[in-house]
Design a protein around this ligand. Structure first.
Ligand code: HEC
Length: 121
């Protein structure tokens, strides 16, 4: 059984690496910037209700205040999101405590245009 040792070594290595880099984003912020939904009791609800018509990128690229999230979720309910008032509250709270205006910008989804190419108008 070498697996626990390997795992421990990897964890130690990762911890040492992270400690070495004080400016590195913490795990949660890194996940958010990379477009992952952080683990949370509300995550399954958001996955179940907010990815019926579009991908999660639509959510994870936003940097909104709670009021803006509220409006967005209301708009999505008008579009047909099957969420009760109670579920909508939980969804808004989850989004508002994660994708806030002070979060670093999202990771680029598309590669930048090659040097010398004309930008799209
Ligand atoms: C019934 C289909 C549907 C569901 C379910 C849905 N959306 Fe959308 N969503 C859309 C459509 C269509 C657009 C693009 C139209 C637009 O931008 O106005 C969109 C766009 C968005 C955008 C882009 C910005 C904006 O305001 O248009 C965000 C953010 C978003 N949705 C979040 C959510 C969240 C959060 C949920 C879960 C509560 C959700 N969506 C569920 C249909 C849906």
């Amino acid at each position: 059984m070498t697996r626990p040792i390997v795992t421990a070594a990897l964890l130690f290595g990762a911890a040492a690496w992270a400690a070495d880099k004080p400016t590195a984003l913490d795990e949660r912020t890194k996940a958010l910037v990379e477009g992952r939904l952080p683990d949370d009791p509300a995550r399954p609800l958001v996955q179940g209700k907010c990815m019926l018509c579009h991908t999660g990128d639509y959510l994870t690229q936003q940097r909104l205040t709670e009021g803006q999230w509220q409006k967005t979720v209301e708009k999505m309910r008008k579009f047909g999101t099957p969420a009760t008032d109670e579920e909508a509250k939980i969804i808004v709270a989850y989004l508002a405590r994660n994708w806030t205006p002070d979060l670093p910008p999202p990771r680029l989804v598309r590669a930048p245009l090659p040097r010398g190419s004309l930008p799209h108008k």
